[in-house]
Write a protein that binds this ligand. Sequence first.
Ligand SMILES: [Zn+2]
Ligand SMILES: [Zn+2]
Length: 371
Amino acid sequence: MALDLATPFEALLRPDDFGLACARGGFHIDPWRPVKHAVITHAHGDHARSGSKIYYVATEALPVMKQRLGHDSTFVHYPYGQKFRLGECTVSFHPAGHILGSAQVRVECDGRVWVASGDYKRAHDPTCAPFEVVECDAFITEATFALPIYRWEPGANTAKEILAWWDQNARENRPSLLFCYALGKAQRLLGELYQLDPSRQAYLHGAMLPLTKIYREQGIEMLPTTAVSETAKTQKFGGELILAPPSAHRSLWMKRFKGADTGFASGWMRVRGARRRNGYDRGFVLSDHADWPDLLRTCADTKARFILPTHGGTQVLSRRLNELGFEAQPLEITAYDNEEDDSGGGGEAVTDPEVAAGNAPSEEQASEANA
Ligand SMILES: [Zn+2]
Ligand SMILES: [Zn+2]
């Protein structure tokens, strides 16, 4: 029996003009236009958008959400696992393992359970709670890296590669300029590196300061950091590691780091040619999304009858799931297309015009990945 998404009461969650809507609960999940009741999976810009009246978030996500959506927004928060009522539905947040506070949303109504995964990963991450399997009737799964070529090594292995690269550059007295997303990836890298060698320290681009501070305040262990902006003009960065968002790549800001070797840490670095075409010296494969085997494993783990892939390689994943005996069909939500193009951190003005404009490397990489 095919799932009839056209009938609102058949599907507990279905996209409308504002987002992923729950008619029975009177709310939207990660709406892209302002709504009255917005349930937010996590604080990345393509999921948490400003302007809604009331935001329902996991307690663990609250400090990051306030930073991204503004302290004047109205938040209602519940710890992971705690059930609350919205309309005729019982709703709860469950760890998604993607970034600090990231959540899957479980919605129960008339004995049916739907889960919207948001973005998730199964791999170990020292900066957030591990993914929790939530059994359900229908599972809306992300599909950002839904191609068989996407398979990740453990984050600790990537961190070891980064340490070796940093040490090699240090022997040549060159700065190591590592680009990565400002929310989640930067902190995970600092956390993974801390696990390997807590005696080191790193420098940060201004866009990463407020978010990294919030992670630290949550008790997450990371390498000690200094803001580049707080160093003396005469400061030399030879042998140092500096983290910066992709939007700072090839910007005037880079002029301070003479002879720097550049690297980019992202799941997109798994694609041959992505590093070279984007002008990075090195690519490090590190993703906060589930890889292909983990997408398939997770769909099976939920014991869901219906799987609705959204957000990325939805066709490929649906086809494979159908071959495996699941009932799967893509759920197209185009508003998530700019996933991970997350250059801003809020809180600090970005003065460099190139930085302010942003060069959206992940978009290019995303289209390469689809090619
Ligand atoms: Zn995300
Ligand atoms: Zn996303």
